[in-house]
Ligand binder design. Structure first.
Ligand SMILES: Cc1cc2nc3c(=O)[nH]c(=O)nc-3n(C[C@H](O)[C@H](O)[C@H](O)COP(=O)(O)O)c2cc1C
Length: 265
């Protein structure tokens, strides 16, 4: 939830800059309600630069693409742009090396099994996924990928409520996915919000560069596998999100809530 709020905060920063306001972000003041994560104030007028404007314009186009991607590798310059985007928000984006993919896939399966053994997790997952196309919240079945199959080493979750389209023969997920781990330097509430802003800057940068992306959260969500991933990456950073990039086919959009529904007087 804090990552998602951080992602929304980055959108807000970009939108304010777009309308000529320089946002100043502070930790919540002691007087703020305990659930407050940040305070946003006006720091005067500003003009958005073209690179930031490109990210602002990517906000409505960015979507999670759970479908198979092409085998075409992502060019080095684009990978570099993703790594730099994370750094801009004090995050670190670790690109998994080819040799790290198998041990990582093993972690995904372990995390997935742990979550599927948890009745409450299953109930929550069922509640939020596999929805009708025009549902105002949650993930519509149409935005899920094909059902995972045993040969898919790292695609395990079904977001379609069992309604995913049957897979076209031979159209498997890419053999060598570009998988990255977004990490924070520390592990506090503030770091989660910061990591959410890094998450969104990386995803918007990908979108602005014509890349598709998806989020795979099992490993960082389960304490044990999160710790193992942390050790796998050298032990000094905290894994927050796993992101996959590539070139995907168009995927339907997930509806947004109306901004008015989210405002409290
Ligand atoms: C912190 C975070 C974790 C997420 N983890 C997953 C995940 O594990 N699998 C997945 O398919 N989508 C994941 N998502 C993506 C959301 O399901 C998605 O953003 C939401 O359905 C809205 O769709 P959109 O991104 O296409 O707008 C995650 C999103 C956030 C912010």
């Amino acid at each position: 939830m804090r990552l998602a709020c951080g992602a929304a905060l980055l959108n807000l920063r970009l939108a304010l800059e777009h309308s000529g306001v320089r946002p100043v972000i502070d930790p919540p003041s002691p007087l703020a309600p305990p659930t407050a994560l940040a305070e946003v104030r006006s720091g005067g007028r500003t003009t958005q630069n073209p690179a930031e404007r490109a990210l602002y314009e990517a906000i409505p186009r960015r979507r999670n693409n759970r479908r198979p991607f092409q085998e075409t590798p992502v060019p080095t310059a684009d990978r570099h742009a993703l790594v730099t985007a994370a750094q801009r928000e004090q995050g670190r984006l670790h690109v998994l090396a080819r040799t790290e993919l198998d041990p990582f896939a093993e972690l995904v399966h372990r995390a997935h099994r742990a979550q599927m053994d948890d009745e409450r997790f299953r109930a929550e997952m069922d509640h939020w996924t596999g929805r009708e196309r025009d549902a105002s919240e949650g993930v519509p079945a149409a935005a899920s990928g094909p059902l995972p199959e045993p040969q898919d080493l790292w695609v395990v979750r079904d977001f379609s409520g069992g309604r995913a389209p049957t897979r076209v023969a031979g159209k498997d997920f890419e053999r060598e996915p570009l998988l990255t781990v977004l990490c924070s330097q520390h592990d506090s509430r503030t770091d989660d919000v910061r990591a959410g802003q890094a998450l969104q800057r990386v995803l918007l940068t990908a979108c602005a560069h014509g890349l598709s992306s998806s989020v795979l959260s099992q490993v960082p969500e389960v304490a044990e596998t999160r710790e193992e991933l942390r050790r796998m990456l050298g032990g000094s950073l905290h894994p927050q999100a796993v992101l996959r990039f590539g070139y995907g086919s168009p995927t339907p959009e997930t509806r947004r809530r109306e901004p008015e529904d989210l405002l409290l007087e």
